[in-house]
Design a protein around this ligand. Structure first.
Ligand code: PMV
Length: 368
């Protein structure tokens, strides 16, 4: 599918109002996306686990209006929110070509997260994917009686089109959001190891060994503050970065390796790639100009404790990081009881106010 294939040309403009609602999860990258070209095209492929419980729930009510401006209000956890508006305005501008009805309606966007807003967890992936899905549902309602080639597609094909376009739109809101539509593993960015696209995320089509089913993710909240570096600024740091070329090539190699590891069930191989990817992401930030250290002392304490626990208990626990100080602790379901004992005994002390979130791999967004 090309960008052109996502342009909506015919829709029913007689529908006056309606309402749609979606729940969409966050995701955690195993191979990281860091660096982008124009129009949110990634410099390298990434692969993520879709999460299950860290979600955004968004309801969009649309009402026919006159005038030619974008018109919308945003309510976050029941309260009118002005702070989110510029990001949504930019999002509307970017996707308008693909959704010409955006100027015909006033949109009331009501959104909330299942995780605390001040947790330092990126809500852009779940938030942007939830809005994109709502807009796709509106597109579906506005085209339900339009006879077009799309309508004559089989159910399976139109479901695929829906998911691909939702992911395509979400990507234009926030790159990593395109990996939140489906589960359990999603690839984004062209590469030679898997079926994929630069335009949207697709479900990982490789074999997945039972060892990697039902993986758990305990998110340890080390620093709940505002991000020191926004991802927009972070991606830009990869322009002219001295190690950019090597890093982008390495992501391709790591994805190829991970594809084999996921098929064979090689847990040690998984740990090596996932932890190396997390540290490389941070190494890129430490070696950019300007440079940043986004880990905190407690991030390092936790990593060292995880390594010591793994060595002592022959465990398959490992960690990954986002562009911040919080630690995602990944482990197989079979180790759940022991790992949570370890977290409570040794890691909670390094979490801000002792807070952590228990999540696991999920299957993607759901309409409500
Ligand atoms: O989606 P963005 O632009 O916020 O970028 C997110 C990048 C990382 O979370 C650091 C890595 C990733 O692949 O999710």
């Amino acid at each position: 599918m090309t960008e052109k294939g996502f342009i909506l040309t015919t829709y029913n403009s007689n529908i006056d109002r309606g309402s749609v609602k979606w729940s969409s999860p966050s995701n955690i990258a195993l191979v990281k996306y860091w660096g982008k070209k124009e129009h949110q095209i990634p410099e390298n492929p990434s692969l993520s686990f879709t999460l299950s419980d860290c979600k955004t729930i968004t309801e969009v009510t649309y009402t026919k209006k006159s005038g030619n401006d974008f018109s919308f209000d945003v309510f976050f956890e029941g309260e009118k929110n002005e702070a989110f508006k510029p990001k949504i305005q930019t999002f509307f501008e970017r996707i308008e070509l693909y959704m010409p009805f955006l100027r015909d309606y006033h949109f009331k966007i009501e959104t909330s997260n299942t995780f605390p807003h001040s947790s330092g967890i990126a809500s852009s992936a779940s938030g942007m994917s939830a809005i994109a899905l709502c807009l796709m549902s509106i597109e579906q309602e506005l085209t339900s009686d339009v006879i077009s080639t799309e309508r004559s597609m089989s159910d399976e094909k139109s479901q695929m089109y829906f998911n691909q376009k939702a992911s395509f739109l979400a990507r234009l809101g926030s790159g990593s959001a395109c990996r939140s539509i489906e589960g359990e593993l999603v690839v984004w960015g062209k590469n030679e190891s898997t079926e994929s696209s630069d335009l949207f995320g697709v479900r990982f089509d490789g074999e997945v060994h039972p060892n990697f089913k039902n993986y758990q993710d305990a998110i340890l909240l080390v620093d709940k503050g505002e991000k020191q570096v926004s991802s927009t600024v972070g991606h830009k740091l990869m322009y002219g970065h001295p190690f950019a070329k090597e890093r982008f090539a390495q992501a391709h190699q790591n994805l190829a390796e991970l594809t084999k590891v996921l098929a064979s069930g090689n847990m040690k191989g998984f740990i090596e790639i996932v932890e190396s990817e997390a540290l490389t992401l941070h190494a890129m930030m430490m070696t950019s100009m300007p440079y940043f250290i986004l880990m905190k002392p407690n991030t390092l304490e936790i990593i060292n404790k995880i390594w010591a626990y793994r060595a002592k208990n022959d465990s398959n626990i490992c960690f990954t990081l986002d562009a911040g100080a919080n630690v995602h602790v990944l482990f197989p379901k079979a180790e759940e009881i022991k790992v949570y004992e370890f977290i409570k005994r040794e890691l909670v002390a390094y979490c801000q106010n002792g807070h952590y979130i228990c999540d696991s791999v999920g299957k993607g967004a759901t309409p409500l």
